[in-house]
Design a protein around this ligand. Sequence first.
Ligand code: ATP
Ligand code: MG
Length: 572
Amino acid sequence: MLFSRTLIPTLKETPAEAEVISHQLMLRAGFIRKLAAGIYTWLPLGYRVLRKVEAIVRQEMDKAGAQEMLMPGVQPAELWQESGRWEHYGKELLRFMDRHDHGFCLAPTHEEVITDLVRREVRSYRDMPLNLYQVQTKFRDEIRPRFGIMRAREFLMKDAYSFDVDEETSAESYRQMHAAYRAVFDRLGLRYRAVEADTGSIGGSFSHEFMVLAATGEDDIASCTACDYGANVEKAEVVLPPGEPAQPGQAVASVATPGTHTVEAVAKFLGVEARAVAKTLIYLADGQPVAACVRGDRELNEIKFKNLLNANEVFLASPEVIAQVTGGPLGFSGPLGLKIPIWADQELYREAALVVGANQADTHLTGLHLGRDVPAARQADLRSVVVGDPCPRCAGGTINLDRGIEVGHIFRLGTKYSQALGANYLDAEGNSKPIVMGCYGIGVSRIVAAAIEQGNDSNGIILPLAIAPFSVAVLPMSTSGQAWDEGQRLYQELRAAGVDVLLDDRDLRPGVKFKDGDLLGIPYRLVVGEKGLKNGQVELKHRASGQVEMLPLNEAVAAVTRLVREGGGQSL
Ligand code: ATP
Ligand code: MG
């Protein structure tokens, strides 16, 4: 492709609206432009990257035996009412009416549509296992679209759905998809982890997320220092180090603690550590008040709590509700005497004498022993893991925390959707049974941003060869004479060899071309200048390492072609 004939509107300045580096660089490199909040146009260069990601995903899905199809982006309300998600999906589901007043939504995902298809078309155990996938535009009216295409409202997803006769074969389909996902992310050339995850609004019993490691990731992920355990912090189990429950000691006593609304203030006022204070949080779980207690130096994990309660929504209660339920103001709640269900983190049972709120203004209780004083409290794992917690899977390993960007999520759905929509099959004996499903998503467009979060320097984007917009850029140092002629020849020969190559044919100063070349994330650059040509040489620069080498002119095409082939470079 010729630079001069391609729309590559690079920017010199960092756009103020972009907070994270991938968003800044995608705008600066002319990969994307914003149309509305969370809605972007892919310009030619960005679209090339997107298509290369898509190609790898597609090849690995096909290899794993999944069949590609394409479903509509507009879906009828009735199907979502049938599955129960018309109510539960919330405001991310963009709903509208057609001219006949029929309800529709823009597809945020396709479980309903695919299950509807399968209940009509798949009848017999002989038709399974079956795996169908698509690469399709999704719309989710995200509350806070941000980071460019990372958390967009309109985005490209690969979604696959598996259909099996029982849990055992469904588990096998899941394992195959897990392996295919590993193959995808290995080929993409990204540093990533597969971690156990919460199933969220898609539902089901079991899931893994694929996380690209990056400091700007929105997810915290726990992994073991010794074994291959990994989990999203939303889900990661806390296992306490060996130890015994504490024996009760002193009796409960009431102390005046004027104006101490926070754990820190109470701890300081009483001269104890934060861990000796139990914070009591009042929540509304699907509208019902419930109390959760955790050690003062820990964080309650709302997702674990929600799952424990089997609730659809949990919200911190307002000061008014707290006053009603506990009799005291916000900041002074405690478990003693509460008439609502109380859940206490397992760790609190290791403490002999806790400080808790007295459910009365400016008052706390000391000497509380949960087992002795609040027998109605139920013990559970409520807090988030922290660095150094013991690994829940192996002996000796401890937990480490990283940040990650979720680029893929796979679920075992069981019969959640097939039962809701009546997708059944006949087994060999003629019995009707619900189809067992799995679903498997990859954020194709988000991967582009994640790759740039992982690969960049002060000069711009550094993309893996497999997904770079071009594998090689040829830069003639002038637009006439020998440098121009040889540049043209190298460009043509590389193209003929099947290499994805960009010729910077613009009549601009070399400095400008170098800067643009670095910005665009093209892994190899061939610089053709009069000086090198005098010695029969051209310069090859590796974008990632900055390494420069001189190649004999007549060997350059073969050498670069080999590098690109061996490195997994793609041509569009
Ligand atoms: P998140 O927790 O980031 O909101 P999710 O759990 O809602 O993700 P899934 O429903 O599992 O996401 O969707 C599959 C994949 O689609 C995700 O792993 C992610 O890579 C991608 N994805 C989800 N939401 C967005 C979005 N708003 N913009 C871009 N990609 C997205
Ligand atoms: Mg989401």
